[in-house]
Design a protein around this ligand. Structure first.
Ligand code: ADP
Ligand code: MG
Ligand code: ZN
Length: 494
């Protein structure tokens, strides 16, 4: 039997605010020693009163607007009750029936294997809640229970949840959805969205049904994936597991399963909990929110250009290839770096200038940054620095290969291009006197190449030019060197 896969994703995104969701503690919990970013509110002490973080509300609305959701006029927070050691109060302040944003969509690249190109994936809701503390488990080595420690720094950090409709039809589409959503929140600047650090986490709901059926199968929810690839792997595994259960005459049980990366399997963790298990009720310590339309339209107007639009503009405005435009808009910082550099190339414009900046960024600069696992935002070479370097190529001070050497030095030392050129004496030699001496040296040292050339082997001139470049440590202006080698050889002939 042929089956169709149905996937819906719940993505938790930590918001990059200065303070926590309901107290003044700094939200950068990872930067601090455990249990140093706490106060009575996020420790959950009785009687402590929460205050809503306005910025977190705005970030959630911005995300909702970018996802084409509607923002209700009235919303509120609710208590979600459950006992767990990482939940300081015994309840989490979340949003139940009236989320901050409702009913939107996200455009993704569909799965080509299913014949899908662009697809619109429904977004059911975007709501705001608080993160819980962080548990660390230390097994005791003898197979005993060991012990656990709790770090309360993360407790109360703003957490936004984006819930998709069950519109995804394969693990590949789930991966594409995550890539697009990740780019969206990162372009909006609402989250650092680092998956490894757990700032962007996904629970994946998956079921299968006979091809052509219009009712949904029983789903399982998979947790614990910490990369796009592991979400993909976990879903592939789970689809196959469910198919086998059904083909063996069994039934898929609705449950929560955990992805075990080392073994590449999902394992049953617990039976599914339902909304009534949480005994939701309106949070009595917080006022409901009336969201004015003026506020919403201000946020809408201030939304930045997002990756898909920016990519399209890069292709039309700068005549860049789809590949280059895609790479350059991979992150907002990369796209900003590109446009700033280009705008500083005052003496050059048009497609050639754009292509030149793109090549340097995607080539040598990326290579250095990748080598050091560095983000472009932390590049030791600023857009102004790269623009200056390209200016030195344009005015003939540097050949391309010298410029590569200068770039490495700029990267290593953080110094300006002109400072590196002066200090290292790296400027290109276009002084004929200096090159003439090198040509004479090359000709004298390589009689065989000279004889070859005189016997009609023209490539020998290239070899001699290479020698001139070596003698001048790469600084001879290449075309000039070749011309002078040819002149020198012509003189030998007569
Ligand atoms: P909860 O997990 O809180 O019970 P929901 O019913 O809101 O939540 O569903 C959570 C997620 O599960 C949503 O992303 C939704 O698209 C997805 N989902 C719901 N039903 C199915 C299904 N039969 N197969 C796959 N995904 C589903
Ligand atoms: Mg769920
Ligand atoms: Zn606090």
């Amino acid at each position: 039997m042929q089956y169709e896969t149905v996937i819906g994703l719940e993505v938790h995104v930590q918001l990059d605010t200065r303070s926590k969701m309901f107290c003044g503690c700094p939200a950068d919990y990872q930067a601090a020693e455990p249990n140093t970013r706490t106060c009575p509110v996020c420790l959950g002490l009785p009687g402590a009163l929460p205050v809503i973080n306005r910025r977190a509300v705005e970030y959630t609305m911005m995300t909702g607007l970018a996802l084409h959701c509607s923002i209700p006029k009235f919303t509120k927070f609710d208590r979600k009750n459950y006992p767990y050691p990482d939940l300081m109060k015994g309840y989490q302040i979340s949003q139940y029936d009236l989320p901050l944003a409702l009913d939107g969509y996200l455009e993704i690249d569909g799965d080509a294997n299913l014949g899908h190109s662009q697809r619109r994936i429904g977004v059911e809701r975007v709501h705001l809640e608080e993160d819980v503390a962080k548990m660390q488990h230390f097994p005791d080595g003898d197979g005993g229970d060991g012990y656990s420690l709790v770090d309360v720094n993360r407790s109360g950090v703003p957490l936004m949840e984006v819930v998709s409709k069950p519109d995804l039809r394969s693990p590949e589409e789930a991966r594409q959805y995550l890539v697009s959503l990740h780019s969206l929140v990162q372009y909006l600047g609402v989250s650092t969205a680092n998956m490894q650090d757990g700032n962007f986490r996904c629970d994946a709901n998956v079921s299968i049904r006979p091809m052509g059926s219009d009712t949904f199968g029983t789903r399982t929810e998979v947790k614990n994936m910490n990369s796009f690839h592991s979400v993909f792997q976990a879903l592939e595994y789970e689809v196959e597991r469910q198919r086998r259960v059904i083909e063996d005459g069994g039934q898929v049980v609705q449950e929560t399963r955990g992805w075990v990366q080392e073994r590449e399997v999902t394992v049953s963790q617990r039976s599914k909990e339902y909304a009534h298990d949480y005994r939701y009720f309106p949070e009595p310590d917080l006022p409901p929110l009336n969201i004015g339309r003026q506020w919403v339209s201000e946020l809408q107007a201030a939304l930045p250009e997002l990756a898909p639009a920016r990519k399209a503009r890069f292709q039309t405005d700068y005549i860049l290839s789809e590949y280059d435009a895609d790479q350059l808009t991979g992150s907002r910082a990369t796209a900003d770096y590109f446009e700033t550099t280009l705008s500083l190339r005052s003496s050059a414009s048009g497609p050639d200038a754009a292509k030149e900046v793109a090549n340097w960024m995607l080539g040598d600069l990326s290579r250095l940054l990748n080598r050091d696992h560095r983000d472009i935002a932390d590049s030791p070479i600023s857009p102004a620095g790269l623009a200056e370097l390209l200016g030195l190529i344009a005015d003939g001070t540097l050949s391309t290969s010298l410029a590569k050497t200068v770039l490495e030095e700029m990267y290593a030392t953080g110094r300006d291009a002109s400072a590196v050129v002066d200090e290292k004496g790296l400027a290109q030699i276009s002084d004929t006197g200096a090159i003439e001496a090198a040509v004479a040296e090359a000709i004298a040292a390589n009689p065989k190449a000279v004889a070859d050339y005189l016997a009609g082997k023209e490539t020998a001139a290239r070899f001699l030019m290479g020698q001139v470049m070596r003698i001048t440590k790469g600084q001879a202006q290449p075309e000039l060197a070749l011309r002078m080698v040819q002149e020198g050889l012509a003189a030998q002939q007569s």
